[in-house]
Design a protein around this ligand. Sequence first.
Ligand code: HEC
Length: 219
Amino acid sequence: MKRFISLLAIPIFAFASCAGGAGGGAVTKAGASKGIGADSMEAKLTMEKPRDIRIMADPYLSDAEVAAMREGMMNMPPDTMEASLERGKKMYHDPTLGNGNAGQSCASCHEGGGSIGGAATTEVIKPGGFVFRPKLSIPTLKGAAVSFPKPRGPRRGFMVNLAGMNSMCIAAFNKGQWLDANSQPAVDLQNYIAAFSKGKKWKPGAKKILPSGPVAGAM
Ligand code: HEC
């Protein structure tokens, strides 16, 4: 055990001294007096010489980009949960979400955040032209958000988070394009779906909930 600790201590010490050199030494008076960590966003915005600490904070932004970000962030009107939920609700009822052309919205199957029951069929065309048409029972979304991340796919072959699942429905059933998971619309839609699980305990990996029970011949 003693040997294990001493082995661990070497890299930790090496990292600490390295961070001290690059971050601590370069914090300007403004940042240091407020006790801001060198890698915090606030530190980046209050630095007199941002270049000094961006080695740790963000190596990919140019001085001009940092200045533009600062300007943008300082002039942003506040967003609210209510406004985001309103935007999410609109998307939920929009059959053209992601440029979808199937003529149906999330609400067509998950009406009021629930399930219309039954199953939906989608089409997956595999390389070589083989068409696979899985039939999937339609779950309720009340309690769905707290079940992510979890494995999905016909054989539960890949892990997906809520943003990915929303986009899978957009692609499979609304016949639209995936949303960029970190874009404002994708986050608003997640927020709206998450609201159907308000107060529920987080259970990553939990199975989908079928209020009217399993459908014969469907996954
Ligand atoms: C044609 C019906 C249909 C439409 C339209 C539809 N879904 Fe689904 N949704 C399903 C089915 C079927 C599943 C189960 C998929 C599976 O088992 O892999 C599902 C699963 C989900 C889940 C995961 C639930 C869980 O507990 O695992 C979420 C979240 C979800 N849909 C959100 C959406 C959103 C958001 C939209 C609109 C963009 C949408 N769905 C549109 C049928 C639909």
